[in-house]
Design a protein around this ligand. Sequence first.
Ligand SMILES: NC(=O)c1ccc[n+]([C@@H]2O[C@H](COP(=O)([O-])OP(=O)(O)OC[C@H]3O[C@@H](n4cnc5c(N)ncnc54)[C@H](OP(=O)(O)O)[C@@H]3O)[C@@H](O)[C@H]2O)c1
Length: 256
Amino acid sequence: MVTETKQTPETLVGVVTGGIKGIGLGIAAALAKRGARVAVTYRSDDRAAEAARDHLESLCGNHGGILLLKGDVGDPAVVTSHYEEVNKTLGAPHVLVNNAGVMPQQAFDTITDRDWEETIRINLSGAFYWCARAVPAMKALGFGRIVNIASVAARGGGVIGPHYAASKAGLLGLTRYAARELGPSGVTVNAINPAFIEDAGIFAHWSDEKKEGLRQKVVVPTLGHVADVVRAFEYLLDSPFVTGVALDVNGGSFMI
Ligand SMILES: NC(=O)c1ccc[n+]([C@@H]2O[C@H](COP(=O)([O-])OP(=O)(O)OC[C@H]3O[C@@H](n4cnc5c(N)ncnc54)[C@H](OP(=O)(O)O)[C@@H]3O)[C@@H](O)[C@H]2O)c1
């Protein structure tokens, strides 16, 4: 049975996991600029979290419209309590961006079972926990946008390690399943596969010399920037007819 799809709500409520820095902060800023109420989660970096709050409030001009939530996205009890806090303070989320992630570099000769479980728990289970909690209200409303931040490693395997590649490939499976089930309810579910975003995560601290190696892995003249991922996010946010896709924002490196 197909539910009637509603218009985009006048005031969006968004959740961005890992939204206090890097790609997540860029996406949260894009939502704040649109006047959305935005909850950003993080694990431990309180100083960056306070700076993010100031930045986001300055963009939306709405003190009280930005909510900071600290805790481990891979812990289902934490996600339940964060979801309830968002619901109570900002309203049920219309937009969910599963962005929080870790990328510890470990090949088969060094990785332990514990390393594997930890990366799957944070990068993949965290996204599932948030989807499971946010989906019922999105379905009831007949509108929702879920965007999962995967990686080029989900396609080609990448160079971080088996745990990271599997967690990101798992996100693509979650994306496609959810897109199928939730499409009739007006909820789109998509992924973005970034790579070599030079102003985010580990690459933000790399020297120009070290980045030269990354330039060999893309087919265009530049490395990526947070703004490139934000553009892809905004396209997905504004596209009711696009679901179940993974947008490659990686300078064509998925072909190499
Ligand atoms: N940068 C790239 O080139 C690139 C390429 C491919 C994919 N990605 C993906 O893009 C996403 C964002 O990456 P980024 O480069 O922007 O990284 P980043 O700047 O390191 O940001 C990661 C965010 O995730 C949060 N986080 C990590 N573990 C968490 C946990 N257990 N619970 C809650 N929050 C947690 C961090 O919180 P704290 O700050 O408190 O630690 C931080 O806010 C990740 O999923 C990454 O795999 C990035």
